[in-house]
Design a protein around this ligand. Structure first.
Ligand code: G4P
Length: 529
């Protein structure tokens, strides 16, 4: 098959939601449709459970298993779908942000009773930054929830997006009858507890058809007619281009656990979701059909077996064709590498692949040469943009608990932070090391992994910090003055860039107000000024 056809066949996406909205359940149903799994429960058991928050060993174990579910590839109606798993656990939010750099679109799951929740808000912000097209799936329609019009209003206002329903629910909760497909003009009926099949779909030529009254009852039929009229009046026509430009989000309603509305979602998805998109490097825009291979690492997963310190680097292919045993250029390291056993992820199985195409994710065995964000090319020197680190929110000093193992500790910290488990800063005045994370759990994970993988011990000491932000300025003198003045609050990141450690929101605000020529950055990727 020609490169173009391979690209046209692929859809690479992720599902985002606030924990408990139904992401795992929906993932599982999609995989069942795609034949990637045979029975429900296969994904569920790999989920990092929220009640495991105090049990980080359990989380590590589940993280290990979750290598298998990191990328779930399956075919549906001739389309190759790559579904990238995003951890729902809040403490791993940064993993999720990074995974979103490797997808071309997302499905956002919303609980019909809860509406917009904090995690949804944060994740959507990342999608907005990247202009990622979003499809909304309103879940749990079998439960009592908000009025659908109110709910859509809330989502539009809270998330600042424009919506366009493509299916519409007929009642909700105990009296939920099903959905009306506004596009295909068909009724899909809901039978609680029964597996949904196409038999339940009834085509409707005209909403005034009396047959509808017989099927769902006059009361609900009239409400549906009224709702549809309102929808046509209130919402603009769905234009696929607007969705692809991330200007409008189509909405589907359903109940994942009952496998209801999932087929409509999947059919809609393969019709409209984008094929692998172009991506920006610091040199030029890379198009998927460019002849030369390019890709970037967006996730690194440690091997759980302490005897093997090797890791798996997840590479998103952006252009050209990737081939096994061919020489590729690792831009940051300025060296050529060849991969003899790259793996692809299909139907929850890992297999060695000979070739892979844009949109595909492959796993590369890594003995410590990769960092998140690394670019591979056929020789060109360039780096993919848009894989930033976010300014962390929790901080602790690292204290070496075993001075005989200083080397191991430093190596461990270096590698774990390359993996993106946390960020490492070194204070200017006393060279003390500060770890910054997004979630509290990461500290325990680091302590545990340093011990088991590097035989190093560390303790953490409290440091009172509000934010770490990167600083830059066109005015070199001002920059030097600022660093000198704030020396006790200055650190460097792993690349040696200056970072301001603000003790409080007030301290940060004051620093910003008093130093208008200094720019404070909250993500690691910014234009040097
Ligand atoms: P998450 O990955 O977004 O965290 O959510 P998950 O799929 O684990 O779903 C959270 C809970 O919501 C689960 O119940 C799940 O069964 C339920 N759920 C998912 N979709 C629907 C739906 O359409 N309707 C209803 N009524 N419930 C739904 P749980 O009790 O936490 O777990 P389990 O014991 O059922 O597995």
């Amino acid at each position: 098959m020609a490169l173009k056809e391979e690209i046209e066949k692929r859809r690479t996406f992720g599902i985002i939601s606030h924990p408990d909205a139904g992401k795992t359940t929906l993932t599982e149903k999609l995989l069942l449709f795609g034949g990637a799994i045979q029975k429900a429960g296969a994904v569920k058991s790999n989920k990092i459970k929220k009640h495991a928050t105090s049990d980080f060993m359990e989380i590590e174990r589940q993280r290990g298993i979750s290598v298998a579910t990191s990328v779930m590839g399956f075919e549906y109606k001739g389309v190759k779908i790559n579904l990238l798993d995003t951890p729902g656990h809040e403490d791993f939010a940064e993993d999720t942000y990074r995974t979103l750099t490797a997808v071309d679109s997302v499905i956002m799951v919303i609980d019909c009773a809860k509406g917009v929740e904090p995690q949804t808000r944060k994740l959507l912000e990342v999608c907005r930054m990247r202009k990622t097209p979003v499809i909304v799936f309103i879940n749990k329609m079998d439960r009592e929830g908000k009025n659908p019009f109110d709910l859509l209003d809330e989502i539009e206002k809270e998330l600042r997006i424009d919506l366009r329903p493509l299916t519409w629910p007929i009642s909700i909760g105990k009296t939920f009858k099903g959905v009306y497909n506004l596009y295909e003009k068909s009724l899909i009926l809901f039978n609680q507890g029964e597996k949904q099949s196409t038999e339940n779909s009834i085509e409707i030529k005209d909403l005034s058809d009396g047959a509808i009254d017989e099927i769902i009852g006059e009361h609900f039929a009239n409400i549906l007619r009224h709702d549809v009229e309102l929808i046509e009046g209130v919402y603009s026509e769905f234009e696929i281009e607007d969705y692809l430009e991330a200007m409008i989000s189509p909405v589907f309603f359903g109940s994942a656990v009952n496998n209801f509305g999932v087929r409509e979602l999947l059919d809609g998805f393969i019709k409209i979701a984008p094929t692998p998109r172009s991506r920006e490097t610091d040199l030029k825009i890379i198009h998927p059909d460019d002849k030369n291979f390019t890709g970037f690492v967006f996730k690194i997963h440690a091997n759980l077996d302490p005897k093997h310190r090797d890791r798996i680097a997840f590479l998103r292919i952006c252009s050209g064709k990737f081939e096994r045993n061919k020489n590729y250029y690792h831009v940051r390291e300025n060296r050529t590498l060849k991969f003899s056993n790259p793996t692809a992820f299909m139907a929850q199985e890992k297999n060695v692949v000979d070739e892979a195409y844009p949109g595909d994710i492959i796993g590369l065995y890594d003995s410590g040469i990769f960092k998140i964000g690394d670019t591979l090319t056929e020789g060109e020197k360039m780096n993919f943009k848009g894989i930033p680190q976010f300014s962390p929110e929790l901080f602790k000093y690292v204290v070496n608990a075993d001075p005989l193992k200083t080397k191991q500790l430093n190596k461990g910290l270096e590698q774990l932070t390359d993996e993106g488990v946390a960020q490492l800063f070194t204070k200017k005045t006393d060279n003390r090391k500060v770890l910054g994370t997004v979630g509290a759990l990461q500290f325990e994970v680091i302590q545990h992994r340093l011990k088991s993988e590097y035989s190093a011990s560390c303790n953490f000491e409290h440091i009172s910090l509000f934010k770490a932000c990167w600083i830059s300025s066109k005015n070199k003198k001002k920059m030097e003055e600022f660093i000198f003045e704030k020396l006790h609050h200055m650190a460097t990141d792993k690349e040696g860039r200056p970072v301001f450690l603000a003790e409080s929101a007030w301290a940060l605000q004051m620093a910003q107000e008093k130093n208008p020529e200094i720019h404070f950055h909250f993500i690691s990727e910014f234009k040097e000024e």
